[in-house]
Design a protein around this ligand. Structure first.
Ligand code: SRM
Ligand code: SF4
Length: 564
């Protein structure tokens, strides 16, 4: 009997294996004066260092016709566990953006900062400046554990502070140990040998890996979309431990049914002191069993889908040497941000501002960049980036509130008070012109499409309904669209797939409702649904719940699905 030959490893696996723990030929690429790009293999490796090579897609064709190489530049993403930074760090990042990037900051859906438009020759100074601000970009991208998310309002209660500390410990624990980052970017001493990656091994993970910690009842991190989630269980103000959730993910490819978004399974409970061991061993199971032959099938969700959740738990427990305890009850209320001022347990105040698509820029009368710079100059607390691309000015004394309010009002930062609920909660990924994978606009399209939907909702008396809209320029799912009540997923320029039926707690995947439609098609498809929602909804029924109950979409899958 002939045996089927093993499938070949993907190209990126060979690049990682030959990279000497992520060094590759990066040092040479950075000083090559002939091109604004880096060597092809280094474009894979630089991701582990927190950067992507991109080109300006708005002028790609024009440059091609002029026989010029694409207008290369780099996106740089920070690592910022739970999205927390100081005012001094904010000012440092602002200064980097003015000097070396496109003069804007972009707050991401994973509570990090992105710079866009950094040219190759400026990469090292940017990395050095980020380091000088006591921040880094290591493992912000690449086949490793990415930025660890957590509810960004940890001072909300004492338990949040403890959970925040576990989040930073988790982030540190899963960081790559290679010194390559320091050698390449910070002229660190060359390591002669003997260097190891005790958790990842020399070829790291088969694919990106994402983790989040969450304190119910708020699910702003969308914990069921993560490869690994820890759900804090709190009783009488004490942290008892965490339910563990595994195997969530959003990414999919149009027309490829072997790829799909998936909600994480809740597999048990652990006390806090077991969190790091569980995380490490979840990573190691995925390291050893994840598919290294096909990157579209390499996330933990596929490992679990293929082998079964029972297999996964058994493998995890045999590595841990102990069993997970039965899952504890928990309940989420919503997955959005809480806008405006909120008082913390220590008498300090936290102001959540709305930043459309997380873009911090000075445009027209809205001087968000300047306004936040002015706030950073007087603020004595910290800044917290939310998982919904917004910003919390945290830890404000009662006396300082009026100064912050005055600066917010003077610089067009009052969207949190003035926007419709639809606009407040809408997310859009970056998409064009920087994202190399975008098929349609997202961030640049959001203002227009929200305006059109606001008109239609108002016509039906629905202007005060909080409907969760998310837009992405392709099916990769960077704004977690498959959890939205209404999602537009880019298919081609000006054309989107319309998904309906998510909830507002991040616990239900939506369903494809219309495929490949243009703006008129989107409005036409939603109009009768808004009309019947206005007429037939039950008290307090959300739009997503209505579309499911009324049978407009099939019954989508729902979390939590405790496996034990
Ligand atoms: Fe993402 C790739 C932007 C959160 C799923 N994502 C990209 C790239 C790097 C495009 C690329 O590979 O060339 C985008 C860069 C655009 C640009 O110009 O800046 C990009 N992703 C983003 C951000 C900036 C979106 C935003 O508007 O905020 C988010 C950065 C988060 C961070 O700080 O780390 C971002 N990406 C996400 C999320 C949401 C999350 O993590 O909570 C997801 C869905 C969750 C998941 O991973 O399943 C997500 N991004 C992807 C995927 C699909 C992965 C998959 O399993 O199929 C890709 C494509 C890929 O990896 O091949 C991708
Ligand atoms: Fe780019 Fe697609 Fe992610 Fe949007 S969803 S940032 S278009 S990869």
């Amino acid at each position: 009997m002939s045996k089927t030959p093993p499938k070949p490893l993907s190209e990126v696996e060979h690049i990682k294996a030959g990279s000497r723990l992520l060094r590759g030929t990066m040092a040479e690429s950075l000083v090559d004066p002939v091109t604004g790009s880096i060597a092809p293999a280094d474009t894979s490796l630089i991701k582990f260092h927190g950067s992507y090579q991109q080109d300006d897609r708005d002028i790609r064709e024009e440059r091609r016709l002029q026989k010029l190489e694409p207008d290369y530049s780099f996106m740089i993403r920070t690592r910022l566990p739970a999205g927390v930074c100081t005012p001094a760090q904010w000012l440092a990042l602002d200064a980097i953006s003015q000097k070396y990037a496109n003069g804007t900051l972009r707050l991401t859906t994973r509570q990090a900062f992105q710079f866009h438009g950094v040219i190759k020759g400026d990469l090292k100074p940017v990395m050095a400046n980020i380091h000088a601000a006591l921040l880094d970009t290591l493992a912000a991208c690449g086949d490793v554990n990415r930025n660890v998310m957590c509810n960004p309002n940890p001072v909300d209660s004492r338990v949040h502070e403890t959970v925040f500390q576990w989040t930073t410990r988790l982030s540190e624990h899963l960081l790559p140990k290679t010194r390559a980052y320091y050698e390449v970017w910070l002229d660190g001493e060359k390591v002669a040998g003997g260097e190891e990656e005790p958790i990842y091994g020399p070829t790291y993970l088969p694919r990106k890996f994402k983790a989040a910690v969450v304190v119910p009842p708020l699910n702003d991190v969308d914990v069921f979309s993560q490869d690994l989630g820890f759900i804090a269980i709190v009783e009488n103000g004490q942290l008892l431990g965490f339910n563990v959730a595994v195997g969530g993910g959003m990414g999919a490819t149009h027309g490829d049914s072997a790829t799909f978004p998936r909600l994480a399974d809740v597999i048990g409970f652990v006390p806090p002191e077991q969190l790091l061991a569980v995380a490490e061993n979840v990573v190691k199971v995925q390291r050893d069993y994840g598919d290294r032959t096909n990157r579209k099938h390499a996330r933990l969700k596929y490992t679990i889908e293929d082998r079964g959740i029972a297999w996964f738990v058994a493998e995890l427990e045999s590595r841990l040497g102990f069993s997970l305890q039965p899952t504890r009850p928990f309940a989420f209320e919503h997955n959005g941000d809480r806008f405006g001022w909120l008082e913390g347990h220590d008498g300090r105040w936290h102001l959540t501002l709305r930043l459309e698509s997380g873009r911090v820029a000075d445009t027209g009368s809205a001087k968000l960049m300047t306004g936040l710079r002015e706030i950073a100059r007087i603020h004595t607390g910290d800044f917290r980036l939310t998982p919904n691309q917004n910003l919390i000015i945290a830890g404000v004394t009662p006396e300082a509130r009026k100064d912050i309010d005055a600066l917010a009002a003077a610089h067009g930062l009052e969207g949190y008070r003035l926007s419709s609920p639809l606009r407040l909660n809408a997310l859009a990924c970056v998409a064009l012109p920087t994202c190399g994978l975008a098929m349609a606009e997202a961030e640049r399209y959001l203002p227009r499409v929200v305006g059109l939907l606001e008109e239609r909702l108002t016509a039906h008396g629905l202007q005060n309904e909080k409907i969760l809209l998310r837009i992405t320029g392709c099916p990769n799912g960077c704004a977690r669209p498959y959890l939205a009540e209404i999602a537009l997923v880019g298919k081609a320029p000006g054309r989107y797939n319309l998904h309906l039926g998510g909830d507002t707690r991040g616990q239900r995947l939506n369903r494809l409702y219309r495929e490949n439609i243009d703006e008129a098609g989107v409005l036409e498809a939603l109009e009768p649904l808004f009309a019947s929602y206005a007429r037939e909804r039950q008290p307090n029924e959300g739009f997503g719940d209505f579309t499911v109950r009324a049978g407009h979409v099939g019954v989508p899958s729902t979390a939590p699905s405790p496996s034990r």
